[in-house]
Design a protein around this ligand. Structure first.
Ligand code: P6P
Length: 337
């Protein structure tokens, strides 16, 4: 494949499909550049003053790592001035961040988990940035600060773009604007994102599941049945053996599934029955579901397509089953039984 840069890819996509207007192209390029800055901070590890806890808590009540805060600030500062955005939302911020009056406002809303997989930062396991792009809907007249949290509460099928960056052995940016999934690898000599895969497809079948098995006793029966059948192997109802992977970094687990297939489960469990799941809908499940569906896979919460869920609040959680279409349909079907 001829290696083209992210910029050339975006310009050619706009020329061919008209789905990347200038403001969206600017947004994507700015987020991609911010991910490069985050990658540099992450790669410093113990050599930079970036590891360990920041001794603060986020809206989820989770202790924040220094890199969580650094990554969040990088994304806010990179996106404030461009005139492409009206507001931003982040796992690390209680409320939305409206673009300050001193800058022009644009049509897009950007949501992100600036550094997902924080529990892996200090032990040098792949982590990542997840982002989702929505359009400002409705009509706002007059003052810019009319943008409210309500404007963000759109179902995932409304996304204009979604992607993630994996800070791993390679630094990889994965992106969709609704025309399939493209993968870019960072060329560290030139600092350019170079196209290394396009129109990624997830195999419909798999023999690999990703789940945190230590929660087994807390799962609802349909999930328990699905995993038990995988564990029963070729002599069981599935007639084939399964392998398991669990990186505990969603971007790493999803990237493996986009690369070679698999099914990822973070289901509801009875530990905190009032919570529908652990993962956040707006800036984890929705962008990943958009990417997975664009690559021919499926993503449900056990009963409905994740991209159809109408959000009630910005930081709401959701049960997640995503990946190889036939496996997601099977485990979702067990919920209907
Ligand atoms: P557990 C990381 O903290 C995260 O939000 C996802 O990236 C990951 O899939 C999940 O939580 C891991 O959760 O309970 O296995 O540590």
């Amino acid at each position: 494949m001829k290696r083209i840069s992210l910029t050339q890819y975006l310009v050619e996509q706009q020329r061919e499909h008209g789905r990347i207007p200038a403001e969206l192209r600017l947004l994507i390029e700015i987020v991609a550049r911010a991910c490069k800055t985050i990658a540099i901070a992450v790669n410093k590890g113990a050599l930079g003053d970036v590891l360990g806890s920041a001794e603060t808590e986020n809206v989820q009540g989770e202790v924040q790592k220094k890199l969580d805060i650094i990554s969040n600030e990088v994304l806010i500062e990179a996106n404030e001035w461009g005139g492409h955005l009206a507001a931003m939302a982040s796992e690390e911020m209680d409320t939305i961040h409206v673009v300050p009056h001193r800058y022009p406002q644009g049509e897009y809303l950007l949501l992100f988990d600036p550094l997902d997989g924080s529990s892996n930062i200090d032990v040098n396991v792949s982590i990542g940035t997840i982002f989702s792009v929505l359009r400002k809907v409705g009509h706002h007249h007059g003052r810019v600060d009319e943008i409210t949290e309500e404007d963000f509460l759109q179902p995932g099928r409304a996304q204009a773009a979604a992607g993630y960056c994996v800070y791993g052995p390679q630094t990889t940016l994965v992106l969709t604007v609704g025309e399939g999934v493209a993968v870019f690898t960072l060329n560290r000599e030139t600092g350019s994102w170079m196209l290394t895969a396009d129109q990624v497809q997830i195999p419909a079948d798999t023999q690999e599941f990703a789940v945190n098995m230590s929660n087994l006793r807390h799962w609802a029966p349909p999930v328990r049945r699905y995993i038990d059948e995988c564990l029963a192997g070729k002599d069981g109802p599935r007639g084939k053996d399964f392998n398991m992977r669990w990186v505990a970094s969603m971007v790493a687990d999803v990237h493996r599934i986009l690369t070679r297939g698999g099914v990822f489960l973070y289901p509801w469990d009875q530990r905190e029955p009032h919570k529908p799941g652990k993962l956040r809908l707006m800036y984890e499940a929705n962008p990943m579901a958009f990417l997975v569906e664009q690559a021919g896979g499926s993503a449900t919460n056990g009963s409905q397509r994740i991209l159809d869920i109408v959000p009630g609040t910005l930081h709401e959680r959701v049960s997640v089953m995503l990946g190889s279409k036939n496996e997601v349909q099977r485990v979702t079907g067990y919920h209907a039984d």
